[in-house]
Design a binder for this molecule. Structure first.
Ligand code: 6CS
Length: 340
């Protein structure tokens, strides 16, 4: 009798302790668009580690395919099923038109140091974009680059004529289609899950992505000719459901901001040298692969077509897009001047 009573008291005590711990600790769900060890995964795990080392909360990370395609995880975040999501403007552009600015070709420089400085210091990135995402119930926490865009195709591409009649897969935003239209190709917008199969079966003739992804996704196996066109960077964004974020205590909001900063720093370190390493792996694994780097004259021919895409961007986004573009130019000028 005495023993039972003791056990009951102990059990109730343990339960109460558990409940009070549960009231203070939460499990946050975070989905991204990539596979284990890829750049978004590195970011997500650095975020998770920071949160778990500095609080009682836990973060559950979902990788590509576990909860659907990129558009699915965005919808789940807007609905509050997920607390955090990493989605690239390549897809968000369909929801937030101004996010398509990253697809104006030759807007960003290719030199990594300048690009990183731009992401760190840009007013457009750090002050204007959060307001645009907030209109869609999203708390933008970080935007970061993953790598320079490289075209892969069934032959090397050195001129717009080489793109003639080529079905090039693009992410699902209208401006990226406008870019490949301007480059002379036939843009084919598709979600990620259909790209490898499309290239394998010949439904697609090519696509664009950063080198680490071309390596990790095995895209070179089915699209072996790599062309460095210097036309842009793959940029991505990590965000929270805004109602969730605003409902957090001040301390937890700060924790999320600090974890985002820590994940950003860690990821930026991770991407240094990543493209070179990935290219080496591709060339080791693939005998038929070729690498073409466009020279200045070849680049100039593609670059000449950029203004028509810029004009299309303004048509789609109006005054908001124009202001963002002006700020982009000012921010880019500031970081390039500093570098000189
Ligand atoms: O091309 C895509 O759709 C994918 N590319 C990268 C680098 N990350 C995720 C995205 O879905």
């Amino acid at each position: 009798m005495k023993i039972t009573k003791l056990m009951t008291t102990a059990t109730v005590g343990a339960l109460l302790f558990g409940m009070s711990a549960a009231a203070h600790s939460a499990n946050w769900r975070y989905a991204h668009e990539e596979y284990e060890g890829d750049v978004q995964d590195v970011f997500a795990y650095a975020f998770k580690d920071y949160v778990e080392e500095n609080s009682d909360h836990s973060v559950q990370v979902f990788r590509f395919g576990e909860l659907g395609e990129s558009d699915d995880i965005m919808e789940q975040t807007q609905n509050g099923i997920l607390q955090f999501v990493n989605q690239s403007p390549g897809f968000t552009g369909a929801l937030i038109p101004s996010a398509q600015i990253f697809f104006i070709p030759y807007l960003l420089p290719t030199d990594m140091e300048t690009v990183l400085k731009f992401f760190d210091e840009s007013v457009a990135i750090n002050e204007m974009f959060p307001a645009l995402y907030a209109e869609h119930g999203l708390e933008l926490l970080k935007m970061y680059p993953e790598g320079e865009m490289v075209v892969t195709a069934d032959q090397p591409i050195t001129s717009p004529e080489d793109f003639d009649n080529k079905k090039i897969r693009v992410m699902t935003n209208p401006l990226l289609s406008a870019t490949y239209d301007a480059f002379g190709a036939t843009p084919t917008p598709l979600p990620w899950g259909e790209v490898y199969g499309g290239l394998q079966t010949g439904i697609l003739d090519g696509q664009e992505n950063p080198i680490f992804w071309i390596e990790s996704g095995g895209l070179y196996e089915v699209s072996p000719h790599l062309t460095f066109t210097s036309h842009g960077w793959f940029t991505t964004a990590m965000m929270a459901n805004q109602d969730f974020f605003e409902g957090l205590s001040e301390g937890d909001q700060q924790l999320v901001l600090d974890a985002s900063n820590a994940a950003y720093d860690h990821t930026i370190e991770h991407i240094q040298g990543l493209a070179e390493e990935s290219l080496d792996k591709i060339m080791e694994a693939c005998d038929e692969c070729t690498v073409t780097r466009l020279n200045e004259e070849q680049i100039a021919v593609f670059k000449e077509r950029a203004p028509q895409v810029e004009q299309r961007f303004i048509e789609i986004t109006g005054e908001t897009g124009q202001e963002l573009l002006n700020q982009f130019h000012a921010d880019l000028e500031a970081v390039t001047e500093d570098a000189e």
